[in-house]
Structure formats: structure tokens, C-alpha cells
Ligand binder design. Sequence first.
Ligand code: MN
Length: 712
Amino acid sequence: MMRQFELVELVKTYDPSADEGILNRAYVYSMKAHGSQLRASGDPYFSHPVEVAGILAGMKLDAASIVTGLLHDTVEDTVATLDDIERLFGSEIARLVDGVTKLSRIELQSDQTKQAENFRKLVLAMSEDIRVLLVKLADRLHNMQTLNFIESSEKRRRIARETMDIYAPLAERIGMHRMKDDLEDLAFAELSPDVRASIVARLDFLRRKETDIIPLIQSELDRKLRENDLSGALITGREKSPYSIWRKMQKKDVGFEQLSDVMAFRILVNDVGECYHALGVIHSAYHVVPGRFKDYISTPKPNGYRSLHTGVIGPERQRIEVQIRTHEMHEVAEYGVAAHWTYKQNAGNTEGPQYRWLRELLDILKHTAGPEEFLENTKLEMFPDQVFAFTPKGDLIALPRGATPIDFAYAVHSEIGDRCVGAKINGRIAPLRTVLANGDQVEIITSKAQTPSPTWEEFVVTGKARARIRRFIRTQERAQYLKLGRAIVQKAFRHEGQDFSERAVEPLLKRFDCANVEDLYVAVGEGVVTGRQVVNAAFPQKEEAKSKVVSLAHARRKARQNDAAVSIRGLIPGMAMHLAACCHPLPGDRIVGIVTTGKGVTIHTMDCETLENFTDTPERWLDVAWSSSESELVHVGRVSVTIENVPGSLGTVATVIGKQGGNISNLKVTNRSLDFFELMIDVEVADVKHLTTIIGALRANRVIHSVERARG
Ligand code: MN
């Protein structure tokens, strides 16, 4: 644990004018307040605020932040009150401690709704002073570093998940990459210990094989730069973190072997000119990997990050990633907002690039209905890259990347979305499915006669647009079913030689679990109840009548069971449907239906090879999509796996799949040679993402040579 004078000295090294007195008083006050309390680790509780203060001092933060770090748990966990803090340390510190305390309080709740509500409060609290978030992140980092002392695995997982979902993205958003990497890797170790362990094992294996290659490459790069008058350049090399390797494996859907650049090198120089000079040296000395060069100096990232990135086949014929930037840019890249000494003077000033997202987030907060909706909106939309488009009046509309004019229209106003018939992008008419680019000016053309089209749902990306379109389709469907159902019932009556009247149907409502006649028509229209059943129920003397009456609840349940794997939109109600055995489509896959006379519709994945047989008959293709609500259902995915023919390798496969929550429902050896086994494995999974995770986990394993999803 850092001692009092060490902390003060550390702060003094970067801020000689810091108020020593207040640091000393806060240290002593916190120590006394926490008294004999202990951490789960058995350490005195007081060690925690001191470590948090140490992390903050490591980020070179101002004295007020460090004092807040020391005091952050006193109000929540000791007899100290906010009034005490204000009296002893002033109103600024009290306000900061209060902000952090509020966050800690809401953190104690766990379910989804509360998490969403917490997040909302978190954003509101930190929007008042970004230092609240900085202290909170340091607090979270130390808690993650000591996570293994918590006994309940459920609690550990919850904290790790929250860190991954909320705190790491927040750190990234304010440009604190070092913090983000640390938080992610600690959370990864808790959430996927097996996957992480196998990646670490693979890295160890590579390292043994290659004898430590990083210093070799580093000195070679150093020599090249020196030869070209860049003797001041500072070069560091490192392996990427297990989590960033894992994420790349998932994103690119590749195995560990194909992921050749697990080493990254950083070149720090004195000014922008030297950045491009160094880039020139690297590019003329080594082969450039196409598509890897990015210039974030001329176009910084929204969070303020600046750097040159490139990939080359470097020394030792290794594929490496190289980042080139100035020392100053590096400070910003590592510590983000914390690197800017200015926030102290401008607390509350939210103008820098890092703060733009905060304003948008506050805007979402104001306009969302419930906390869940908010969490969905923010989780999906706040963290991935965004695109910023403008209304003709110049108002900024922030949308998730991939958004279309329909999303834009709904973001402006629900009514405008519903009535949208066309769009002008930068003054020219463009299709509604056009993906918007940053800076586009979008003018929505509306018509009172227009209503939302079901086809829009295929390309919108915002939750708001999707929800509006779906709601509209649902009411429209009900109207159609009602009309259809009424016609069917009338026809059934006529068929049996009976006069139809609503009065004849009314006494049957209870029997079919319907509240009113309309509900019954809808049930008939949906095909849950047949017209004949209604007639038979109305005239029970008819043969077999009784036995054929089925309660609506039962019928619906049955219909739903038949639909079990179904939940596919775009099908005609009542049409038979099955999932193709060649490609085993999973929720999340892009799919297409093929109509077969007498057999209904077969659902294939978009890339299934079988589809080639149908290229000449476009009339049989049906546009379908998964409906999103059915993720609890189990689906079967098929993978083909090649493993080394060594004892225990089959067991490893089974264990890896099991640990990722997959259930093997079928397994077949399709090929067997001296060295390798080929297996076809059917795995029960929730959706395609689940299957991708399993495939990734398998690929991370050394005895497993290759894993592919079976495609037709
Ligand atoms: Mn704490």
C-alpha cells in the first residue's frame, strides 16, 4: 500500500502547486473513517481508497480528484456524512464524493431494469463533472484487480459483465485506452477463463518456438530509423492483449494461426513531420500489408485519438502492426481526457471532442420511455461507431453506423418516419435503403397517404424505427386476420347449410377463450381455430362435434409448438415450413425461403450451396427474416471439425463446446486418417452468435486443427 508521503510526493512530481495539506488530511481522514474494516482479500479496507488514489495519481490528475479517490467510500461505508466532507474539504470535493457515492449505491442492484436505470443515473452524474467518471473508473479498476477475492462466482461474473458492457466502453469513449484495455482483459479473464487460458497458452507456445522475437524486431526497426536520421525515435513492442486477440478472431472469423499479427510496435517521435518521415522509412523498408494503413493524424477519431497505423511484413518476416505518433499524441491515446490538464479550469465545459457523445447520450436520456429501452438504445447504439447526419435546417442527428434515411426520419419524428415516401441525400433523390455517410444532409419527403412498409424492417438499424414499423405491421395484420377470419366463418356456416349471424357465434366465445367476436375472427384468420370448429361448436348435434372443439389456449400452444423453430417473418400464415438440413440455419443468419409445391417452404442460409439449384426459378424464392423474440429456443447448428488424432482430443472438443453452453446432439466421424479426424458435430445453440463463440473457442485450442460451419 502506498504511504502518505509517497502519494503526496507522486502528485508533487507532476503538479508542484498541488495542495499538500488537503491530500494529507484526506489520507488521514479516510484511514480513521474506515478504521478496522477489512476487504474481501483480508487487507485493511483503507488500502482500497489509497490504491484508487494511486491509480488517479498515475493518470496525473488534479488534487481534487485524488482527494475524492481517498474519500470515495467514506460516505457509503462509514459513519462519515456528506456534511462532514463538505465542512472539512469544501463543496467541490463534497460534490465529487457525492457523485461517486451515488454511482456506487446504484451499482449494488443487479437485474436488467435496474442496470439500465443505474446507467442512466451514471451518465447524469458524470455529465456534471467528468472527474466523477475518472474516479469511478479507477475504483472499478482496483475492484477488478482484486476480483478474485470475492467468493460468489455469480457476483464476480456480474461485476465483470458490467465492466465489459459499460465501464470499458465508457473508458474508450473518453479516450482512455490504457484503462479500457486493462478493464477488458480483467473482465475477459473472469467471463471466459478457458478461452483466455488457451489464447495465453498459444502465445506461450509461439514464444517458446520463436525465442523471444520482439526485442529482435525492435532493434531492427530501431536501426532502420537511426539510419534515416530518426535517432530520437522511441520504439516499444508488445504482444496484443488476449482479449484484443480474441475479439479480432471473432470479428474476422479466423483461427489463431491465420491471425498473424499478434505483435504490435509503437514508434514515438517528436513532431507530426517525423511521424510521416518514420512512416516513409517503414514503408520503404518492408512490404506493406494492403488495407492496413490508417491516418488518424489527418482525421482523428471522435474521441480525440491521433496516430498513424500500418501493417507490414517486418523484420524476421513477421507480420506486425506499427503505430506511429508523437509523445503528446501518445499521452492522449493512453489517458484520454485525463491527459488534458484543462478540464480542471473548465469543469462543466463539455465542448471537446470527447464530450460530443455525452451530449447525445443526454439527449437519448431525455427522449426514451423506459430504462430497458434506454439500455437497448445505448448498448446497441452508443458504443459502436456512429454516423452524424444533418437535417435541412442544420440540426445534427446522430445515428448508428449503417443507418438509412428511414432511421433518420424516425429519429427526427415518429410521424415523419411513418409518412416517409422518399429521401434526398445532399440534394439528390436516393433509395430509402441507402446507408448514410458522415456529414450527409438528409431531407425526408413525406406523404399523408403513406404508411410504414414491412420491407423497411429489413434495412433499418435503429430500435426506434424497428419498433414503430413492427407495431404498425401488428395492427395491420390483426385487421387482415379479422377480415379473413370473418369470411372463413361465414363460408363455413354456408357450407353447413346454416344461417350465419354474430349472435350464433357469441355463446361460443368462452369455449374458444376469446373476449369478443373480433378475437375469434382473428383466431380463425390466423388458422389457430378452423371455421369448421366454429360451426361444429355452434351446432353440437352434428357428428364428432364435441371432440373437435379445441380450446383456443391449447390450439395456440400447439400452433406455437409447430412454429417452434419458426418465428420467421415473411411467411404466409399456415404455410408449412422447415429448416433445411443442409445448412442448419440459426437465428441471426441471413436466410431465404424456397417454396416447394406440396411441401411448403424450406429455410436456407443465404450462403447455402443448395441455393444454386434454384437460381433459375426466382419465383420460388421467398423473402424471410427471423423474428427476434425467440432467442430462448434451442436450435441446431452443424460444424465440421478437424482434430489431431491424439488421445484426449475428442474429449477436448466436447469439453470446449460444453463450457460455452453448447449441447452436442449428434456427432459423426466423417473421415479418419493417421494424423487427423474429421467430425461432423450438431450442436444445440441459442443463435448464430452462440455458435460463432463456440467455433472461436474451438479454434483457440491447439489440438483442434480447423473448424468450419457446415454449409450445404
Ligand atoms: Mn470503492
